[in-house]
Design a protein around this ligand. Structure first.
Ligand SMILES: *Cc1c(COP(=O)(O)O)cnc(C)c1O
Length: 466
């Protein structure tokens, strides 16, 4: 399979190169040139498969040029054995035809483990084959950093440097990053905010000369195609568990960078009957404003109780725009360049096309807390603030009560104790067993000034073969 850029002018790449690249050279994101399509009969034949075998069936067409089938199977078995539930992504019923898919049974208690546990293994496999070493550099406001660190802790051929804003991530989130031991793991607390961290990462990808040509940077944010690919699987899993593919499903997805919900769109493009996708945002609602009014416009960042969705622009949305424009890279480039200057719209028929599948809702902090409380009172089931936004949006946007509505449970409530407390449910979510001693573990991190030279100097002298 070949991968092409959403802006149409970068060279096409194979899976290995896409895995090791950030943005395409033309500034676009890589997508498969064409998607594998599965018939209903084939999907039906997957009923009862284990999660990792299902993952193999769904993902193998994307990687087959790079990885022999047995090796990929072994990698998937190892990846999904790290999860603490046999079903890996179990469903919990909230109401007669309403469900939450728990995607927080991995090592760091957020859905990002599904992709980053696999990404670490993919990288090490490909780098071993190529006898190559890389440096991962990423900025995090919380969940991505810990999931990336957990995913790469055993990688022989990867050093990982994660920047977080000093004293601006929650203690649980910080400890999940800084207590992981391994001489290839480096946490940098930057005396600045998340945008400062992000800016330094971007600048470093743009000019990698501080690495002196001895290694290259690899991206672990959701512009990396391998992350999206891994997230397609659980849409198939949920559907098969509830009578698919012989009935269609609706999904509600708490959304920040549009990665997770884009995976749901791809599942449908690959043949899974999905009749509705709900984009659930917090007050950072650029996607909701687009879906409800065909107006795409950046606004100021708001800090909310659902910090993993606090974004101004959703990078993966470009991948959907590419399809909405008939895969015309020039049209996408033009649109996104104009979007830098002010609000933009797309042609009405294209927007209406998107609206056939997508609905959206924005939920503020009060609505988030209300939903945590409502669901707790009705079910004695505790939602994290991101999942609560998904549930509220699902209920607001539902089209057909006969179609199962599945909200993606993106994080464990113990990751966000403050929001749970603020909701007034009066119980404190406990950390799962494997993290029970998190607050006793020793932390390791380096505090640096908000200064590109200082950060690059640190990376340049600390990666393994520097
Ligand atoms: C990352 C994250 C999201 C947003 O996911 P996107 O793929 O960026 O849309 C939602 N909830 C939680 C808990 C997250 O960690």
């Amino acid at each position: 399979m070949r991968y092409i850029s959403t802006r149409g002018s970068a060279p096409s790449l194979g899976f290995e190169d896409v895995l090791l690249t950030g943005l395409a050279t033309d500034g676009g994101l890589y997508v498969p040139e064409s998607l594998p399509k599965f018939s209903l009969e084939e999907i039906r034949s997957w009923r009862g498969l284990s999660y990792s075998e299902l993952a193999f069936r769904v993902m193998y067409p994307f990687v087959e040029d790079a990885i022999p089938a047995d090796d990929f199977r072994a990698m998937l078995d190892d990846t999904y054995s790290q999860f603490t539930h046999k079903a890996v992504a179990p469903l919990v019923q909230l109401d007669s035809n309403e469900w939450v898919m728990e995607l927080f049974r991995g090592p760091t208690l957020a859905f990002k483990d599904f992709a980053l546990q696999l990404l670490g293994r993919l990288l090490d496999y490909v780098l071993e084959k190529r006898k190559q070493h890389v440096v991962i550099m990423g900025a995090t406001s919380g969940d991505t950093g810990s999931a990336a660190i957990e995913g790469c802790r055993r990688c022989e051929h990867v050093d990982i440097f994660i920047l977080h804003p000093h004293q601006r991530v929650s203690e649980v989130q910080r400890r999940q990053m800084t207590t992981v031991t391994g001489d290839n793991i480096h946490n940098i607390a930057v005396k600045g905010n998340f945008d400062d961290c992000q800016r330094m990462v971007k600048a470093s990808f743009g000019d990698q000369s501080f690495l002196k040509g001895k290694t290259q940077l690899v991206a672990v944010n959701s512009i990396n195609w391998a992350r999206i690919m891994a997230q397609i699987v659980y849409y198939f899993q949920a559907s098969l568990a509830l009578g698919g593919p012989d009935r269609s499903m609706a999904f509600s997805v708490p959304t920040g960078n549009f990665g997770d919900i884009f995976a749901g769109y791809l599942a449908r493009e690959m043949g899974l009957p999905v009749s509705q996708l709900v984009i659930a945002t917090n007050r950072n609602d650029i996607l909701h404003r687009f879906m409800s009014g065909n107006r795409y416009e950046q606004q100021k960042l708001e800090h909310t109780l659902s910090p993993s969705m606090d974004i101004m622009v959703s990078s993966n949305f470009e991948r959907l725009l590419f399809d909405l424009h008939g895969r015309d890279g020039d049209a996408v480039r033009d649109l996104l360049e104009r979007a830098q200057q002010g609000p933009v719209s797309i042609e009405d028929y294209r927007w209406k096309n998107a609206r056939k599948l997508f609905d959206s809702a924005a939920v503020d902090d009060a609505g988030t807390c209300d939903t945590i409380r409502e669901v707790f009172e009705a079910n004695e089931y505790l939602l994290d603030p991101h999942t609560a936004i998904g549930v509220k949006a699902a209920r607001a946007c539902r089209r057909d009560p006969a179609v199962p509505m599945i909200t993606l449970g993106t994080a464990h409530p113990a990751k966000f104790p403050d929001a749970v407390k603020q909701s007034g449910v009066g119980v404190e979510p406990a950390l799962p067993h494997h993290l029970a001693d998190l607050f006793e573990r020793e932390e390791r991190y380096t505090v640096l000034d908000d200064d590109l030279d200082a950060v690059q100097g640190f990376i340049g002298s600390h990666w393994k073969h520097a």
